[in-house]
Design a protein around this ligand. Structure first.
Ligand code: NDP
Length: 287
C-alpha cells in the first residue's frame, strides 16, 4: 500500500504541492499518494487527527495553520522550535503515531536565493515585510546564512515584535521598524505579507527598491506579482517570485519523510512552464 500525504490549509485548492510531490515520487521511484485537505479555520486539529488515524504518514501545513501545527506537534526540529511554526508534520509509527514537526520554509528560501538566483547572503542587509507563519520560518535560516542586518516591518507592530523576540538571543537579531519609516539601505527585500494574494502594492517608497539588488516575493502567480511589478517599476535590479522557494521547501519536506533529496530543477522548470510565466527569475548582475 502506498503511503499517504497531503497539504492542509484554508484555502488549499490553489496548492501546487500535490503536483510537486507526484513529480518527486516519480523521479525517486517512491510509491505515495498526495492530496489536499481543506480544514475549517477552527478545525485544524480534528482534520489532522482524522487523517493520521486513517493511516496518513505526513502533512504539509499552509496558511493559516502553521502556528497551530507547531502547538499540536509532540516533537519539533530545532528550526521549527526557533520559528514557533511548522509546515511539515511526520507521523512516526515507531513513536505511536506521535507527530514530529519541522519548518522547511527558510531552508527552501535560502536554497532558492543562493543556488537558483545566485544571491549570496553572507554580509547582506535584508528587509522582511510580514511577520506571519512564513516570516517566522525564514528568519533563522537567513541569519544562519550570514545576513548581518535583518529589519522586520509588518502591519501589526506587535506581531513583528513577537517575531523579533524569538530571535533576541542571536548575535545578529531582527530589528522592527514601522512600514512608513523604512529607508533605503537593503540588499534584499523579502515580501511575506501576502500582498500578491490581494494584488496590492506594499507601502514602501521607490527609493528602497531602487537601492536593492533583489526583491523576492514569497507569493507566486501565473503573471508577475504585484510586488514584482512594483519592484521592477521602481528600478530594483532584479525581482522574482516564490515559485523556486515552493519547490525547494517541498524537497526539504520530501527529505524529512523519505530520507531522499529529489532533484528540484526539472520540477521547477515544469511548474514555471505550466504557469505560463515564461521566463526564469532575473539574476542580480553581480554577487
Ligand atoms: P500568515 O497568514 O501567517 O501571515 C500573513 C502576514 O501578512 C502577516 O504578517 C500579516 O500581518 C500580513 N497581512 C495580512 N493581511 C494584510 C494586509 N491586508 N495588509 C498588510 N499586511 C497583511 O501567512 P504566511 O506567513 O503563511 O504567508 C505569507 C505569504 O507567503 C503568502 O503570500 C503565502 O502564499 C506566501 N508563502 C509562500 C511560500 C513559498 O514556498 N513560496 C511558503 C509560505 C508562504 P499582521 O501580523 O498584521 O496580521
Amino acid at each position: 500500500m502506498s503511503h499517504r500525504y497531503a497539504v492542509i490549509g484554508n484555502p488549499v485548492e490553489h496548492s501546487r504541492s500535490p503536483t510537486i510531490h507526484a513529480q518527486f515520487a516519480r523521479q525517486t521511484g517512491i510509491d505515495l499518494e498526495y492530496g489536499r485537505i481543506l480544514a475549517p479555520v477552527d478545525g485544524f486539529v480534528a482534520a489532522v487527527e482524522r487523517f493520521r488515524d486513517e493511516g496518513g504518514s505526513g502533512l504539509n501545513v499552509t496558511l493559516p495553520f502553521k502556528l497551530d501545527a507547531f502547538a499540536w506537534a509532540a516533537r519539533h526540529s530545532a528550526r521549527a522550535t526557533e520559528a514557533g511554526a511548522v509546515n511539515t508534520l511526520r507521523f512516526d509509527a515507531d513513536a505511536g503515531g506521535s507527530a514530529w514537526g519541522d519548518n522547511t520554509d527558510g531552508a527552501g528560501l535560502v536554497r532558492d536565493l543562493c543556488e537558483r538566483n545566485g544571491f549570496a547572503l553572507a554580509g547582506r542587509s535584508v528587509l522582511l515585510l510580514g511577520a506571519g507563519g512564513a516570516a517566522r520560518g525564514i528568519v533563522g535560516p537567513l541569519l544562519d546564512a550570514g545576513v548581518t542586518r535583518l529589519v522586520v516591518a509588518n502591519r501589526s507592530r506587535a506581531n513583528a515584535e513577537r517575531l523579533a523576540e524569538k530571535f533576541a538571543a542571536r548575535a545578529v537579531h531582527p530589528v522592527c521598524v514601522a512600514l512608513d519609516a523604512i529607508e533605503p539601505g537593503f540588499d534584499l527585500i523579502v515580501e511575506a505579507s501576502g500582498s500578491g494574494l490581494r494584488d496590492e502594492r506594499v507601502p514602501i517608497v521607490d527609493e528602497v527598491f531602487e537601492a536593492a539588488s533583489l526583491a523576492y516575493d514569497l507569493y507566486y502567480a501565473a503573471s508577475p506579482t504585484a510586488f514584482v511589478r512594483q519592484a521592477r517599476g521602481a528600478g530594483c535590479r532584479a525581482a522574482c517570485d516564490g515559485l523556486g522557494m515552493l519547490v525547494e521547501q517541498a524537497a526539504e519536506s520530501f527529505l524529512d519523510w523519505h530520507g531522499v533529496r529529489p532533484q528540484t530543477d526539472p520540477v521547477y522548470s515544469a511548474l514555471r512552464e505550466a504557469l505560463h510565466i515564461g521566463s526564469t527569475p532575473q539574476r542580480p548582475p553581480s554577487q
